[in-house]
Ligand binder design. Structure first.
Ligand code: CP
Ligand code: NVA
Length: 300
């Protein structure tokens, strides 16, 4: 049973195949008469709506479930939740605080599990991001992607996805918020290396893509003030964008905080592709589900 908990659950060949399916607007209705359970322990705009519409476009029915209703390990165990849901739904997709919950879901092996964001990764976002970059540049080989800010869940998955497709990955952020050695080892296992910079300007020099995310992720709200201080030199503004390549685009997974990680001038300006990127969440969801529920399970 194949699941999609992180981008490296796919080989480079499979990732390219999934991207092709994401770009194909009319895939076969592989979910005809089937359900997809969408479980959320945290809020969502893009992820919930894109997964619901992708399921609909594949002929299926999305079932939205709030984490509190399931009460993982309080009302019943994670394993019992999956054993139940797999009787109704072809696939369970979940947004959780603790990544280990997704791993336990996948170990039940009754239906494929999709990570809709955990404390460690956001692979569905990364898939939409690489689709956005492929649509923009055709090919990521040799393109330079600079991520400015927090070495968080979004960056981990993005570095993996874009790096597996041949992009050069750079990171600039405060030293306490860089990737861990464990993260770097996992990236190295799929041939991805991250160049770290102390100053955003040095990272962005000549970049084709400049990417940022919020300084405080969901679940870290008690650290807001300390993070605002730590990240104050890492706002993506127009002068930073000016040192990127002349064809550079700005990406952000959203939601955005204008005046913190990015200025309004950049996110609402001509180099920004954030609305294409957020629409691509739906195309990415459709492509991934179409693959995971058919080709992805062959030879298993
Ligand atoms: N980018 C993203 O995952 O947005 P939501 O939190 O709104 O789903
Ligand atoms: N890093 C952010 C991404 C939101 C889509 C978070 O985890 O809250």
């Amino acid at each position: 049973m194949r699941s999609f908990l992180e981008v490296d659950d796919l080989t480079v060949k499979e990732l390219n195949r999934v991207i092709d399916l994401c770009i194909d607007a009319n895939p076969p209705k592989v979910l005809e008469g089937e359900g997809v359970a969408l479980v959320f322990q945290k809020p969502s705009n893009r992820t919930r709506n894109s997964m619901e519409m992708a399921t609909h476009q594949l002929g299926g029915h999305p079932v939205y479930i709030r984490g509190e209703e399931l009460g993982f390990d309080k009302r019943e165990s994670v394993e019992d939740v999956i054993s139940t849901l797999s009787g109704y739904d072809k696939c369970v997709a979940a947004r959780v605080f603790d990544h280990e919950i997704l791993e336990r879901m996948a170990q039940v092996e009754l239906c494929p599990i999709v990570n809709l964001l955990s404390d460690t990764g956001h692979p569905m976002q990364a898939l939409a991001d690489v689709v956005t970059m492929v649509k923009e540049f055709g090919d990521l080989n040799g393109k330079i992607l600079s991520f400015i800010g927090d070495g968080n869940n979004v960056f981990r998955s993005l570095a993996m996805g874009a790096g597996m497709l041949g992009a050069e990955i750079r990171f600039a952020g405060p030293s306490d918020y860089c990737l861990s050695d464990l993260d770097k080892d996992r990236l190295a296992a799929v041939g991805v290396e991250v160049d770290e910079f102390a100053f955003a300007q040095d990272a962005v020099e000549g970049s084709n893509v400049v990417y940022t995310d919020v300084w405080t992720s969901m679940g870290q709200e008690s650290e807001i003030e300390e993070r605002k201080k730590a990240f104050e030199a890492f706002t993506v503004d127009s002068s930073l964008m000016d040192s990127a390549s002349s064809d550079a685009v700005f990406l952000h997974c959203l939601p955005a905080h204008r005046g913190e990680e990015v200025t309004g001038e950049v996110i609402d300006g001509p180099k920004s592709r954030v609305w294409n990127q957020s629409e691509n969440r739906m195309h990415a969801a459709r492509g991934l589900l179409a693959w995971l529920l058919t080709e992805g399970q062959e030879n298993e």
